[in-house]
Design a protein around this ligand. Structure first.
Ligand code: NDP
Length: 334
């Protein structure tokens, strides 16, 4: 299966090219980026046969069936719409778009053409997150009362560009990390947040956009979710805790791109480490997407999942901006 990559990005070079190449018979045959010179060099460095600054040129190649989009956030919508118009399946980075209307349009267009659309929410592909979801679904912790997500990190220096200073490119910790946490909560608990209260701050890195956020979401079951994201916390560590009427789950070091961290289950019977698969999150995500394109199963995170995580993130930002509780509007399903 041939892929067109749109966006000569860090995530593409660090994780996604190798994730595609890990699938039998798959390769990246085009890289499309904003600058012709940089793109050609990038293609050379990564062993990609074709490069261009002209998206239409790559899309006119009938060989690739799939397009992966990892440009800056404001470009996702138009690039996805162009790919879908030429009949390509799309795996798009989060957040899908700058607005909910953009996200709905992308996912609706793919559905109308019978194409697979996936959102690259990698965390639901990890062995730790899948193990926790299985424990919750098995009933071992009883009724879930609360979920606390700790996702305050220190943004590496090489990523301290548009994310911390450019709202027009979709910068800010809310579109960057809260959107992932929304997907994690939905994946683990199997329900969609109803409303949010939130506060955000510029705590030393953000210039014109927030670099820290704390929010609380209510779930239809009555469970409460507390979520903390930041770019400015070098030593906080990441993880989440799920607390139920019969037990608690402590997942430590698991809000990350790597297959690391630990999961501990505590019940009246005692404390137990849960064995988790250490497969690559991104290889798993591309495997699920590839299978869906071949007619087997669905992407790990669908277009609808991408719409919903964006809806939560947009509501968090509105709640932080206004100081009010915001009801989350997801829009009609495609
Ligand atoms: P980068 O900042 O590395 O790259 C994004 C774009 O910026 C590139 O596509 C390119 O634009 C431009 N760019 C990057 N480096 C240079 C340079 N040296 N000179 C000129 N232009 C440059 O993006 P990230 O990899 O950090 O993020 C890309 C997308 O992926 C975002 O949507 C982000 O939210 C998402 N992401 C998802 C992750 C996940 O785990 N699911 C993890 C990290 C990011 P152009 O191609 O237009 O020329």
């Amino acid at each position: 299966m041939q892929w067109i990559f749109v966006g000569a990005s860090t995530i593409a070079s660090q994780h996604m090219i190798s994730a595609v190449r890990a699938q039998a018979g798959s390769d990246v045959t085009w890289i499309v980026s904003g600058s012709g010179d940089r793109t050609a060099k990038w293609a050379d460095e990564h062993g990609i046969a074709n490069s261009t600054a002209d998206l239409a040129e790559a899309l006119s190649d009938k060989g690739p069936a799939c397009v992966y989009i990892s440009s800056t956030n404001e470009k996702h919508h138009d690039q996805a719409m162009a790919a879908i118009a030429t009949g390509k399946h799309v795996l798009c980075e989060k957040p899908l778009g700058m607005t909910l209307a953009e996200a709905h349009e992308m996912v609706g267009a793919a559905k109308a053409k019978g194409l697979v659309f996936g959102t690259n929410h990698h965390l639901r592909c990890s062995g730790t997150h899948r193990a926790v979801r299985d424990i919750i679904q098995s009933g071992q912790i009883g009724k879930v009362l609360s979920l606390r997500i700790h996702h305050a990190v220190h943004l590496p220096e090489n990523l301290q560009g548009w994310r911390i200073n450019d709202a027009t490119a979709g910068g800010g910790v809310i579109p960057d990390i809260t959107v992932h946490d929304a997907d994690v909560a939905r994946f683990l608990l199997g329900e969609d947040p109803v409303d949010v209260v939130a506060q955000m701050a510029q705590s030393g890195m953000g210039r014109g956009v927030e670099d820290s956020c704390m929010s609380v979401w209510s779930m239809p079951s009555g469970a409460m979710v507390m979520s903390h994201e930041s770019f400015t916390h070098p030593f906080a560590g990441t993880g989440f805790e799920v607390h139920g009427t019969m037990g608690s789950i402590f997942a430590s070091g698991v809000m990350t791109q790597m297959p690391v961290g630990s999961v501990t289950l505590v019940t009246a019977e005692g404390r137990r480490e849960i064995p988790c698969s250490d497969h690559s999150l991104y290889v798993q995500g591309v495997a699920d997407f590839t299978a869906a394109v071949k007619g087997q199963g669905a992407p790990a995170a669908s277009g609808s999942d991408g719409i919903k995580s964006l809806a939560v993130a947009l509501a968090v930002r509105e709640a932080a901006q206004t100081g009010r509780k915001v009801a989350i509007e997801y829009g009609a399903p495609e």
